[in-house]
Structures are given as C-alpha cells and as structure tokens.
Design a protein around this ligand. Structure first.
Ligand code: C5P
Length: 218
C-alpha cells in the first residue's frame, strides 16, 4: 500500500505576529516546518511527501528539505487562498499509484508514527478515512456579540486533529469542496470516517505561547 503525505504549510500565520509565514517561525533552531517534515521523512509508513508552501516560499522550502536530507519530498507547490485549495494543489502532484493520502498540518509539528499508524489502520477495515480526535473537556457554548446564546450538549462532541488519512481516490473526488479539514469534505460526499484517539501534543500552533509549549516538548 503506497502512502503519500501532503504537508499543508501554506498558512499565513498572522496570529503569530511574525513577518514570516507561520511555517517559517522559529521552533528551536529551525523553521517550524522542519519538524513535521523530518518526522514524515523518518516515518516508516510514508513513501513520498508533497509540501504546500506559502506562495513565494517554495524555494526556501526546497532548500530546507535538502538540508534535512528529506529525499521523500518529490514536490513543493505553492499553496492557495484556503487550506482546502492548498491541499488540492498538493494532491495534483501525488502520483496516481498512491493508494492512501495522509494530510497533515505543518502547524502541528509533533506528528509521530503512533498516530500515523492509528489513522492508517481503519482504511483496511472498510473506512474511507480516519481522523485523530480528542474529547472535549470544557463546556461548549455558542456566543453571539459576546452574549451566550446556547450551551451545547458536549456528549459525542470531539475536536479533530491531523494527520488525517484517506483512500486516495476518495479524497481526490471530495477535494473540490471547501472546509477547515479534509475529513469534512469526504463526509460531505457520504464517506465513512473513523475517529481514532488523537494526541494532546498534536496541538496546532497559533500563538507564540503555543510555539514555546511545543518547543518545550521537543
Ligand atoms: O490556518 P490554520 O491554522 O487553520 O491552518 C492549518 C494548516 O493549514 C497549517 O499548517 C497551515 O499552514 C495550512 N494552510 C495552508 N494553506 C492555507 C491556509 C492554511 O496550507 N491557505
């Protein structure tokens, strides 16, 4: 089973307050994107990698991949306006021979083989895709103009993370849609998605505090 990874690294990361895109914010001594790239490169599950880089940052991404010795990286493409568009651009470069595509946010640097194995397993059990999830521990409310309008029933609600794994043909068919993760596109097409245990360390970096926390876990 040939597994290709799409690394979505094309976000602007404005919330980090940096002049560089988030993928190039410093994590330790290297740009943030180096950590997930190295981990995907070293993963025994992954055969090839396509990176969606911020437009204009393709070249620094290629140089970084070379410096890391990331020989599985076959293309670095420019991302799009939305995450879904970035994933579409990358998917265009995934070879037809790929049976499975694993889509991962570069903003979640600490991906590892345990969670990759957990999302790949359901694809051999009749599922179209799998996502890592974490249970909600806080009470969830809907707020409009700073006023609480509803408290949701937390039962059965989870937050979803990446890496998310899909049968390649299913993801390709669903990829013309828009959504904040790939599973939602496949769900919209009636695909069956398995929820597997996530990992708190797959925190998505959105602020400098997140970056400092992830750096402390390195
Ligand atoms: O913006 P957000 O933090 O939700 O982005 C999640 C992931 O998707 C990040 O790794 C980001 O680089 C990526 N992304 C992308 N192209 C975009 C927007 C986000 O690849 N246009």
């Amino acid at each position: 089973m040939s597994v290709w990874a799409v690394l979505a690294a094309a976000g602007r990361g404005e919330r980090l307050g940096d002049d560089r895109p988030k993928a190039f914010a410093r994590l330790g001594d290297l740009p943030l994107v180096a950590e997930p790239l190295r981990r995907l490169e070293e993963s025994e599950w992954i055969d090839g990698i396509i990176v969606a880089a911020p437009a204009g940052w393709e070249e620094p991404c290629i140089v970084l991949a070379e410096e890391l010795g990331a020989g599985k990286v076959s293309s670095v493409v420019a991302g799009g306006e939305t995450r879904a568009a970035s994933v579409r651009n990358a998917l265009d470069e995934v070879p037809d021979s790929a049976a499975v595509v694993l889509v991962h946010d570069a903003a979640r640097p600490l991906v590892d083989d345990d969670v990759i194995g957990r999302v790949l397993a359901p694809l051999s059990e009749g599922f179209d895709g799998a996502v890592p999830v974490l249970a909600l521990t806080d009470t969830v409310k809907r707020v409009r103009h700073d006023e609480v309008v509803e408290t949701l029933d937390r039962d059965g609600l989870v937050v979803s993370q990446t890496p998310q794994a899909f049968l390649a043909d299913v993801l390709r068919r669903a990829s013309s849609g828009e959504g904040t993760d790939c599973a939602s596109l496949v769900e919209a097409q009636g695909g069956r998605i398995k929820a597997v245990p996530g990992d708190p360390r797959l925190l998505k970096v959105t602020s400098q505090d997140d970056l400092d926390l992830v750096a402390s876990w390195l």
